[in-house]
Design a protein. Structure first.
Length: 70
């Protein structure tokens, strides 16, 4: 999976990862019993998508996002 999040119109994160899901059949329908997202990479980006830093360390991403949203 990948997603793009923009914080405060000044900073963005393009994140990558994968899901591990487990399904069970209940009354003939499959439902999610368990889902886990494992992040594998974060790129810091400008709101226009320009990469500021590829494969940024998680601690740096968290600090910058906190600064952008207060």
């Amino acid at each position: 999976m990948d997603d793009v999040l923009i914080f405060g119109g000044t900073l963005g994160v393009h994140g990558y990862g994968h899901y591990s899901d487990r399904y069970v059949k209940i009354d003939g329908s499959w439902v999610v019993e368990y889902s886990k997202l494992t992040r594998t990479r974060f790129d810091l980006i400008k709101p226009d998508g320009t990469v500021i830093e590829a494969d940024a360390p998680l601690e740096k991403v968290v600090a910058l996002v906190k600064g952008a949203v207060g």
